[in-house]
Ligand binder design. Structure first.
Ligand SMILES: Nc1ncnc2c1ncn2[C@@H]1O[C@H](COP(=O)(O)OP(=O)(O)OP(=O)(O)O)[C@@H](O)[C@H]1O
Length: 205
């Protein structure tokens, strides 16, 4: 179980974006997170993945503090994959940075063999997104924060990405927080949904 308790965070001297947020995500659960643009969804996702330290509050994984070093068991998959890769590395190196996905896994995520020799700018945004998602599934990862990962994909590629992710998540009992604006998508993917509004979480239909 991933638990966030009383998370409060504001940027610089501004108002708090997150105000005393508590959240639980169980192993194997898919939880949808929506909210207006600027509500703080990515901020919360980055706190959960250890990229941002909250001003107040705590995070626990199965009752223990999260590790400060090494592979983080909560991986944030960002909306803009270009910002998550080294532009000077070929895709082969990018993909194999933390672990070595099999050829079958590459195929399930629709990653072409010919892409491996290319540089990130030689892939489309949607193609690079699939590389970044598969890269984030290293053994030892227990929870994923999927932050609007499919918003730049066409409907068929989007469905294929979620299917591949669902298969991996089911096989490994991964918990997934799906951040998005598409209510129909969240309803389809997630058993439970919450909404971020004025820095607080509300149950959502
Ligand atoms: N590094 C930063 N420095 C200062 N303010 C920031 C920073 N990152 C985000 N913010 C502000 O924090 C608020 C929440 O941003 P965040 O990206 O978490 O929202 P979001 O709900 O994910 O939005 P969107 O749906 O548009 O992606 C916004 O007002 C944003 O301008």
């Amino acid at each position: 179980m991933l638990e966030a308790c009383d998370i409060t965070l504001g940027y610089r001297r501004g108002e708090s974006v997150l105000r005393g947020i508590s959240l639980q995500l169980a192993a194997g659960e898919w939880l949808g997170l929506s909210g207006a643009s600027g509500a703080g969804k990515s901020t919360l996702g980055q706190v959960l993945a250890g990229h941002l330290a909250p001003r107040r509050g705590s995070l626990r994984l199965d009752g223990a503090a999260l590790p400060r070093r090494g592979l983080h068991p909560v991986q944030w998959l960002p909306q803009v994959p270009e910002l998550a890769v080294n532009p000077r590395w070929r895709i082969d190196r990018v993909l194999n940075e933390a672990w070595s996905p099999s050829a079958a896994q590459r195929r399930r995520f629709g990653i072409g063999d010919a892409w491996l020799e290319r540089y990130p700018h030689e892939l489309s945004g949607g193609e690079l997104q699939r590389v970044v998602v598969l890269r984030g599934l290293a053994p030892g990862v227990r929870y994923l924060i999927a932050d609007e990962i499919s918003s730049m994909l066409d409907a068929i590629t989007q469905a294929a990405l979620w299917q591949a992710l669902r298969e991996e998540a089911e096989a490994r009992n991964l918990g997934v927080l799906v951040i998005g604006h598409d209510a129909a998508l969240l309803q389809r993917l997630c058993q439970r949904r919450v909404r971020l509004e004025r820095g607080q979480l509300l149950a959502s239909s």
